[in-house]
Ligand binder design. Structure first.
Ligand code: SF4
Length: 610
């Protein structure tokens, strides 16, 4: 019996740690020279639902000299049992300790997983701070949406890969291969210098950061010639074929179905949405490619349900034809369409899905009034909203889930009343259409200003203001019998501080982890007191990062990361928000010249058409 076998019976859901899943790839450890572990700093069930890791897993394992394995954050029971038994964090495929790999790659998708990165490194018996690691330790690299402001994690990561991973991955591998060749090996420091020359790679240790006396950032300066003053986001022009042989879990995961990315990017231009900027421009996969991929996914994985994934699925050109073709070719397959735009077409589309249960439809108006929706550029009229709800009830849906954000820039109590009135109108409508009370759920989140968005300069609303608005909503909606869910505003405060933070936050993250913070995105583990202590000990305040309006001239901690969309465009969009002016969708209307027009073929064409 191995040490692992001895502890598995002590923990919940041991299948999180046993590996051996269908389609997992186990290569010969001794015969494969480059060993990489792809790590997700959250629970297995969440990490296995992530769309990026399977792409990298497949691409890396397609290289004969590379083996790529997986690791997820062990839940607290397992982490404690591993520490007690002296078992270092291991990969699921070979069960090798992570410190035996050459490279550990983290996917950073949510700021509240940062302490899990530290915990995973520590469980792997690898020094958490990059400055304490030497040539014997694996390279620790990171990518994903949060890498677009890498500074808060700069103390822990050797280098970040900024943007799409599909091409840069091979350039990293080439450099690493070269470095690993017998007789060619130089100190890791030199490898990092070489890595810094790859477009899209950011090596934080090669930059000096200075602050002004008032705490604002003064400069971020490269300290070696190889480090670039600005790092350009990598954008793949054409999406490579979708993953059709992903690892199939043995236990239920968050998105427990096959998934195919039908397009990347979104053109609606909602001003609060970071994904809408950092995944620009739109890149679509063709319908024949989708049809073939779904067939392969069914054959390779046995899935009975497939999700057509995109930031705004109903925007995919001729999505209705795609859905009809899939249903004809695979009549027993259930389809799911996440992230639908609010219009009657989306309802018709959902209605056309085979074997779709009509229990709940989800839409995100985000704000309660047309005026506020114009400010955030979510341009849906109340008329359209009510028409969509009517269409849903007429076609037999018995529930509606509506997502709103609290604390949006320019929001007043009238906008909160607007949410209550809107929900009330939807309820009345449903009674009129079908004569029964529908289930209406309202999900509230708190607005978090994000880097690289037109709202990157605005302050997050303080807790008393948010709580008052929440109370107003609670009272108003309770009277109407609507269920309301809301996240603790302290979670959003921390998210806002970390997402717009600078390099000094490394000390805060480190201390919070030392004080016991892990799984911060889980209500039962979120401990704001510990975070408060950590900020205090570092001489910093979360509201400096989260609740301060920044001047348009302030040097932002992510200014050296060039996502392709220009600061000029973001400033113009911010100005338009103040004036309540709409910016039209650049896919259906003309190009808005966001900065990508000169180097993205699809955008160049649009610009030509102006
Ligand atoms: S360059 Fe134009 S078409 Fe391309 S993403 Fe930007 S606004 Fe849209």
């Amino acid at each position: 019996m191995t040490n692992l076998d001895k502890i598995l019976h002590q923990v919940k859901k041991p299948a999180r740690y046993t590996g051996g899943e269908w389609n997992s790839i186990v290569k010969d450890w001794d015969k494969t020279p480059i060993k990489i572990v792809l790590s997700y700093p959250d629970l297995y069930e969440i990490g296995m639902s992530n769309m990026a890791l399977p792409i990298l897993y497949e691409l890396l394992n397609s290289q004969p000299d590379v083996l790529a394995e997986r690791a997820y954050a062990p839940w607290v029971d397992m982490a404690a049992a591993m520490r007690e038994a002296g078992i270092p964090l291991f990969s699921l495929e070979s069960k090798r300790p992570l410190n035996e790999f050459d490279i550990i790659g983290f996917s950073l998708g949510y700021e509240l997983t940062y302490t899990n990165v530290l915990n995973m490194l520590d469980l792997a018996q690898i020094p958490v701070l990059a400055s304490e690691r030497n040539d014997s330790h694996p390279l620790i690299i990171a990518g994903g949406g949060c890498a677009l402001n890498p500074e808060p994690m700069a103390d822990f990561i050797d280098f970040f890969a900024i943007g799409d991973g599909e091409e840069i991955l091979f350039e990293i591998l080439d450099s690493f291969r070269n470095w690993k060749q017998p007789g060619k090996r130089v100190p890791k420091e030199e490898l990092l210098h070489q890595m810094a020359t790859i477009p899209g790679i950011y090596v934080p240790s090669l930059y000096q950061v200075e602050y002004q006396a008032d705490g604002l950032l003064k400069s971020i300066t490269p300290t070696v010639p190889e480090a670039r003053p600005t790092i350009q986001r990598r954008i793949v022009t054409n999406l490579p074929p979708p993953v059709t042989k992903p690892v199939v879990p043995y236990i239920e995961i968050i998105h427990d179905r096959g998934a195919i990315e039908i397009q990347r990017g979104c053109s609606h231009g909602c001003r609060f949405c970071q994904a809408g900027i950092i995944y620009r421009p739109i890149r679509e996969r063709s319908q024949p490619e989708m049809l073939q991929a779904i067939g392969e996914l069914i054959t390779n994985c046995g899935y009975g349900e497939v999700s057509l994934v995109s930031l705004s699925t109903s925007d995919y050109p001729h999505i209705d034809e795609l859905v009809a073709s899939i249903s004809r070719r695979y009549p027993n397959l259930a389809l799911s369409l996440p992230s639908l735009y609010i219009d009657s077409f989306s309802v018709e589309l959902m209605d056309s899905l085979p074997s779709h249960k009509k229990t709940g439809l989800t839409f995100a108006p985000e704000a309660g009034s047309e005026g506020l929706r114009r400010i955030i550029n979510k341009n849906i009229s109340e008329d359209e909203l009510l028409k969509t709800a009517t269409a849903a009830f007429e076609r037999g849906w018995t529930g509606l889930k509506l997502y709103f954000m609290l604390g949006l820039p320019g929001e007043t109590t009238d906008d909160i009343e607007g949410i209550i009135n809107l929900v009330d109108k939807v309820r009345t409508l449903s009674r009129r259409t079908k004569g029964r009370t529908p289930q209406i759920r309202v999900n509230l989140s708190t607005f978090v200003p994000k880097p690289h968005t037109p709202f990157q300069w605005v302050a997050q609303e303080s807790e008393p203001g948010l709580s008052a608005k929440h109370e107003l909503l609670k009272q108003g909606l309770r009277r109407k019998g609507t269920k309301l869910s809301w996240q603790d505003p302290k979670v959003s405060l921390l998210e806002a501080a970390l997402s717009r933070g600078d390099r000094r936050l490394g000390k805060v993250i480190y201390r919070a982890w030392q004080l016991g913070c892990t799984f911060d995105s889980w209500d039962e583990h979120f401990n704001y007191e510990n975070w408060s202590h950590a900020f205090e000990e570092a001489g910093l305040k979360p509201d400096f990062y989260a609740q301060r309006t920044r001047s348009l001239d302030e040097l932002l901690p992510w200014a050296h990361i060039d996502v392709g969309v220009t600061t000029g465009f973001l400033k113009k969009e911010y100005q338009r928000s103040l004036e309540g002016e709409e910016t039209r969708d650049c896919r259906t209307e003309s190009c808005n010249a966001c900065g990508l027009e000169h180097w993205q073929p699809a955008c160049r064409e649009k610009l030509g058409a102006r």
